[in-house]
Design a protein around this ligand. Structure first.
Ligand code: ASP
Length: 568
């Protein structure tokens, strides 16, 4: 029996074998109360003064009781809990299992170091707020399966001991004992396998897939995460986006009882960078970034003049709020930490400008800034892509009060095919993405646009997808432009290019990050709060202490030797 099964129909009857944890024990002058807790509920247990029962329990003891289930006297009703109208007058108590002293209290809002919570995650998961998150995660899985069945999409699994699938991170490698010196990779995503299903003729595919990416610790990323992975034969971006909208709408409704409106808005990558400084804008904030380069065309402000002569830009944001000096100093610090030279600002009150740079302004510059109205105009000048990053952070910080609405979705598309990372061209999605125009791609790959689309929710990238390349020629070309030699293409992707060569239908797909989705809906500060057993920021599991070292004889089973000492 669970506590939630106790209903008015059993009032005044004897309840037996009710089990749960001692949430707390209170002694009121000989009258002892215990809150008994199980997965969903708590109920008050009463031990009468006269009863000869010895109550020798402490918090988190697991106990079994029998007793009379009673309505409480009206003045003793606790309206805060579900079963606050009732209590059990205990006539028998057995300790099933005692508990050691706890490392932290099993209650909401504890201020315990996260590493300690993760070391004792099984206790942390006893807390209501964590249980709530994990149940929400479970409901999300359930709602995914309902809608997939309704849409007649096939759930198919793919292997996890594979040859590398690049998604822009490093692989987690698994040494093979039987083939000394050889390694499997754990999938960064099931990308190539789901494409193989399309080549085999399956009409569609989905999987709730574990993905593994060995990335330098970036904020709120996990080395292992869960995504809803999708693929559609004869698919194109429109078909995929339409299906993703149906799926997301269903998850919000069934698992969270939140109604959302579809279709979602779409903007291009270029427009997104221009208006919001990022490709994952939070559209709950209405204010946009302005290009104010023209205002400063003939400026005497030295650093702006220099930046403009180097093809730089001036971007600005205007807030009607009269930010204080302290606030401005904080924002200055914020952008400096990101690499900016500092925050430029002008304050406008009663049609008058103030600020450290005002004395260098020409009259027409003053008039242009004043025309923005009362409030503060902040700006950054320099290389467009670099200052866009600072403006994105400033926009989200200054206008964070506007971000109240529950869910603001956005499709971003028309990404450049390649990003230039330190002189090396990296596909902005993955190298299986089709270019929008294959001819242009052949001639000028760095100008090519990818048939890649991202879904953004409240400024968080929820997922990505693309139309795929379905011919061996274009696939090979993309890998060449990515900088791989013919030999590398052959050894790493030869098998895949071969598979593309037997009548491959067009296909397109998507993947939604489930951890991010649940964390965002539940407004959790980190995805770690919605993952049952996450790793720390440095990739450690404080509970099991994984990853852990392996002794020499085990290493030799795998024909491996640890060489760190020799290197030094
Ligand atoms: N494989 C991609 C990813 O994991 C998603 C996709 O293109 O379908 O981001």
């Amino acid at each position: 029996m669970r506590i939630k099964d106790l209903t008015t129909t059993v009032v005044d009857s004897n309840i037996t074998s009710l089990r749960g944890w001692v949430d707390n024990v209170r002694d009121h002058g000989g009258l002892t109360f215990i809150d008994l807790r199980d997965f969903e509920s708590t109920i008050q247990l009463v031990f009468d003064k006269e009863s000869s029962i010895e109550v020798n329990v402490k918090s988190e003891y697991y106990i079994e009781i029998s007793g009379i289930f009673k309505k409480r006297n009206s003045e003793l009703i606790n309206k805060k809990t579900l079963l606050g109208e009732f209590e059990i007058a205990v006539n028998e108590i057995t300790v099933v299992n005692p508990s050691k002293s706890l490392p932290f209290q099993i209650e909401d809002g504890i201020e315990t170091d996260e590493t300690i919570r993760l070391k004792y995650r099984y206790l942390d998961l006893r807390r209501n707020e964590m249980k709530h998150n994990i149940v929400a995660r479970s409901k999300t899985f359930k709602s995914i399966r309902t809608i997939m069945n309704k849409l007649d999409i096939l759930e198919i699994d793919t292997p996890t001991l594979i040859k590398s699938t690049p998604e822009g991170a490093k692989d987690f490698l698994v040494p093979s004992r039987k083939s000394p010196g050889s390694f499997y990779a754990l999938p960064q995503s099931p990308q190539m396998y789901k494409q193989l299903f399309m080549m085999s003729g399956f009409p569609n595919y989905y999987q709730i897939a574990k993905c593994y990416r060995d990335e330098d610790s970036r904020k709120d990323r996990q080395p292992e995460f869960t995504q809803l992975d999708l693929e559609f034969s004869n698919g194109n971006p429109e078909l995929v986006k339409k299906n993703v909208e149906i799926i997301v709408k269903h998850i919000f409704d069934e698992a969270f009882d939140i109604k959302i409106t579809t279709p979602f808005k779409t903007i291009s990558y270029q427009e997104s960078i221009k208006l919001y400084g990022t490709d994952k804008p939070d559209l709950r904030i209405a204010s946009t970034i302005s290009d104010s380069t023209e205002i400063f065309e003939n400026t005497e402000i030295k650093f702006i003049k220099e930046n403009l002569s180097n093809n730089g830009k001036v971007l600005s944001l205007h807030t009607s709020e009269l930010l204080t000096r302290k606030e401005l100093d904080r924002l200055d610090q914020l952008v400096k930490e990101m690499g900016s030279n500092g925050l430029g600002w002008f304050k406008c009150t009663d049609n008058e400008l103030t600020g450290p740079l005002v004395k260098f302004l020409k009259e027409e510059e003053i008039n242009s800034i004043l025309s923005k109205g009362s409030g503060v105009t902040i700006f950054q000048s320099g290389d467009l892509l670099e200052i866009s990053k600072y403006m994105d952070v400033l926009r989200r910080d200054i206008f964070k009060g506007e971000a109240t609405e529950a869910a603001s979705f956005l499709w971003v598309e028309d990404f450049p095919y390649f990003e230039n990372e330190g002189g090396v061209l990296q596909p902005s999605h993955h190298p299986f993405t089709a270019p929008k125009d294959s001819e242009l791609f052949k001639e000028a790959p760095d100008e090519a646009i990818a048939l890649h689309y991202d879904l953004v929710l409240n400024g968080v990238e929820l997922g990505s997808g693309s139309q795929r390349i379905n011919t061996p020629e274009i696939q090979k070309l993309v890998l060449e432009k990515w900088g791989l030699s013919n030999e590398e293409i052959d050894t790493r992707f030869g098998w895949f290019i071969e598979a593309l060569s037997y009548g491959t239908p067009q296909h397109a797909g998507f993947a939604i990050g489930i951890d991010r989705l649940v964390a965002e809906i539940l407004k959790q500060p980190s995805i770690r709060d919605v993952i049952p057993f996450p790793k720390t920021q440095s990739g450690m599991d404080p509970l099991t202490e994984a990853p852990s070292s392996i002794n020499e004889s085990e290493l030799s089973d795998y024909n491996l030797r640890y060489i760190s000492d020799e290197k030094q």
